[in-house]
Ligand binder design. Sequence first.
Ligand code: ZN
Length: 323
Amino acid sequence: MSPILHSVSCPVCDGDVPKRLGLAETSEKTRDLGIDGVHVVRCFRCGLFYADPMPAWTVADLAALYDHDYYPAMTAWWENIRARVNPVRRLGALQHYCGSSISRFLEVGCGPGYALKEALRRGWQAYGQDVSPVASSVGASLGIDVFIGPLEQGPYADSSFDAVYLDSVIEHLPTPVAFLRELWRLLKPGGCAYIVCPNADSLASVFMEFWARLRSSDRSARICPLRPPYHVVGFGPHAMRWAAERAGFAVVQILVDKDYQTRRFSQRLMASRPPGLRAGLKQAGWTVVYWLGERAGRGMNLEAILRKPNTGGRSCCTSDFSR
Ligand SMILES: [Zn+2]
């Protein structure tokens, strides 16, 4: 594994006056590779958080990073949210905004294939893509085509799909606008993209950063580009809107706080007994932070529904992944 590190201007707005927040936290894998000195920065113009210099992984690196170990064990309650509740709600919203016309559906970064199963249940013609070889068995078990490799190398022609869906994907990509342009190319006019990612402007993220400063750490707690989950960019609602419109999409809706984070962490607290007083107080404190964030509209989850204009949209079919 040998990532190339290269300096970048803001991957969303090309701004070049970032605020430096601190060094990125490293993992055992990245320490073994001698990778350090990557900073987490925030763009003054669009609000995007990103890694600078930016690690660029090869296809083989990606397969190694997102192997079986990457997918965490989940409680039964959380598995139900990921596998059933969220796909039903989100694909229902896709159906609503696309009208009754969804025939061909693509899940990008399909992983365990939760949305693919819901798409099949709805009678849609479903396709999947992922860089992780874990997803190949998902395709076989569902009897559908899953392409393993980067999306831009996939076999899909222009205007192939009525709807595309991705959960926890765009924050891993060093060139998110080029990626969105690729989604634009794949969608039929009037088609919709449903994008789910962490909200980098969440109250919990602010507290994590504040906590790091209290400990006089030179590390930033944000996005974590050099340790799992390897997020190299972080979107809040403003940066997401900027990126979507730059790629030629019309923003239908941007939602936060629909992923039950407070209950998720409360469950973890209950499941970890006996946690000890110190660990219990820490978990309880974070649960309060998550709860406050959700009440303030600054929860951990961001969902964007974007539409490719029927007519009059500017051409965005050049997906330059070199930057
Ligand atoms: Zn920017």
